[in-house]
Design a protein around this ligand. Structure first.
Ligand SMILES: Cc1cc2nc3c(=O)[nH]c(=O)nc-3n(C[C@H](O)[C@H](O)[C@H](O)COP(=O)(O)OP(=O)(O)OC[C@H]3O[C@@H](n4cnc5c(N)ncnc54)[C@H](O)[C@@H]3O)c2cc1C
Length: 446
């Protein structure tokens, strides 16, 4: 360069590296919950998020008692209770409107004796984006919490065990470099972190349907006795119709479409589907708020841990959404992983063994509980295989004739997790067999 230009040409940037004890990729509800727990424990945590705000796409709507218990531990429950809609009725299984709309069976929370379960409702209904915004607002009150919006993870490098983990993101003005003791991948099912580490995402993608998640304003309660959660059982017109929140919040109508329908034509199916699904007078009058098509998977990462990088939530597993178990499982991962870090930083526990155990226990929890349960939910609304049909008829018959079924199901939804990763002084909760299964079987320990 001509030396005369030195005063007018900018000097080279200094490569600054921002450090945090724990960096989390992805400000979805899972990354945010992990960040909140870490920051509440005084750990220096930095979230990097590709988007400029919390994602607004219509996804989870339902949070079961098992996860409400975890949200309560970090002080989120009052805000979630205020913003959401409690499902005090239960779940109705019914035929499609086109086939008469008859109720096949009903889980009735009113049949559950008062005081017999902690949460006497079948979950809280609230849009996932609102849940994430509530968690974010709690994070922002913590001194050791930072977030970098508009920073897309691009690469990770791990050297020696004692060396920090290097992370590269692409930010609004090019590459930005970070370092941390540990990296949590909470960047969703298409996790760039998981892919960068060449971790296989094992399992399958459902080939007999794609589903469309639509949000619509419509008077389901007024026209045909719909309550908060309704499962439409049908070979072709199966669906989940549920509230996404209180008052005039839109309803979620999630339905399946055949996979041979070209991508561009999927949303064109919606009016005819609504015609066969929605109760009430014709012509139908509804206000469509949003509609997005999705593939559904049953996939799990081959490992949740590579060195000092840990997978959490959908980055580690993905399942079909019928039954609402994906985020439920992810939030439990986040709680467990954050508890591990609280023990490592605040109680000097040996990190590697504890994190190995996290990786095994949470992966096993998905394989042994979430995967089979979510497949059962899907088959219950959408399969006419004789064996599945017989099992479903047996389940419906039990719900219709055995009054103890309502308490049994409410108890199952209310099981308290025996949180084996919790800090010892917080872990006073009694365990149960079902909790062990969800949290990961004790016999599954290293
Ligand atoms: C239609 C539908 C309905 C569902 N209903 C339910 C339900 O009722 N109950 C339930 O429990 N589950 C439900 N699920 C599943 C639930 O939505 C997911 O389990 C949940 O979104 C997982 O949360 P997460 O935080 O792990 O990932 P995500 O919510 O996917 O968040 C990942 C975040 O990472 C960010 N990100 C991605 N790549 C990068 C990158 N390279 N760098 C930086 N940031 C990045 C994204 O922008 C995003 O903010 C449903 C899913 C669908 C599709």
């Amino acid at each position: 360069m001509n030396p005369n230009y030195a005063s007018i040409v900018p000097t080279a940037d200094e490569t600054s590296i921002e450090h945090a004890q724990v960096i989390i990729v992805g400000a979805g509800p899972v990354g945010l919950l992990a960040a909140l727990k870490l920051a509440q424990g005084g750990i220096d945590v930095l979230l990097v998020e590709a988007d400029k705000q919390v994602l607004q796409s219509p996804r989870a709507t339902t949070y079961m008692p098992i996860v409400l218990n975890e949200l309560e531990k970090v002080g989120l429950f009052p805000d979630i209770e205020k913003a959401g809609h409690k499902n005090k009725e239960g779940i109705i299984f019914r035929k499609s409107h086109a086939k008469g709309g008859e109720t096949l069976a009903q889980l009735k929370m009113a049949q559950v004796p008062k005081g017999s379960v902690k949460y006497d409702f079948a979950g809280i209904h609230l849009g996932q984006q609102t849940l994430a915004e509530i968690i974010l607002s709690h994070c922002e009150k913590q001194k050791t919490f930072r977030i970098r919006w508009g920073h897309r993870f691009a690469g990770v490098k791990q050297s020696g065990e004692a060396d920090p983990v290097s992370v590269t993101c692409v930010g609004p003005v090019g590459e930005k470099f970070f370092s941390c003791d540990y990296l949590i991948a909470a960047d969703g099912a298409g996790s760039a972190v998981r892919r960068s580490l060449c971790i296989p995402f094992e399992g399958f993608t459902w080939q007999d349907f794609r589903f469309v998640a639509s949000n619509v304003k419509y008077d389901f309660e007024g026209y045909g006795g719909f309550t908060t959660a309704n499962m439409i059982v049908d070979e072709e017109d199966w669906a989940v119709i549920a509230r996404t929140g209180p008052g005039d919040a839109p309803w979620r109508v999630a339905f399946g479409v055949r996979t041979d329908i070209p991508e561009a034509d999927i949303l064109k199916q919606l009016p005819a589907k609504y015609e066969r699904l929605l109760p009430g007078p014709r012509p139908l009058k509804y206000e469509l708020v949003s509609a997005n098509p999705y593939w559904a998977h049953q996939r799990v990462a081959a490992t949740f841990k590579v060195g000092k990088v840990l997978l959490c939530g959908d980055a580690g597993h993905s399942n079909n959404p019928i039954g609402g178990l994906g985020l439920t499982t992810g939030l439990l991962d986040a709680a467990a992983l954050a508890n591990c870090f609280l023990r490592i930083y605040n109680h000097n526990e040996y990190a590697d063994a504890l994190l190995e155990r996290y990786a095994k226990v949470r992966r096993d929890a998905w394989i042994n509980y979430t995967d089979p349960q979510s497949i059962d939910f899907k088959l219950r609304v959408h399969s006419f295989h004789p064996e599945v049909q017989a099992a479903r008829d047996g389940f419906f018959n039990a719900l219709n004739t055995d009054p103890s079924m309502h308490l049994k199901m409410a108890t199952m939804m209310n099981e308290v997790i025996e949180d084996e990763f919790a800090l010892p002084e917080l872990n006073g909760l009694p365990g149960t067999e079902a909790n062990d299964i969800i949290q990961g079987s004790k016999s599954g320990k290293d």
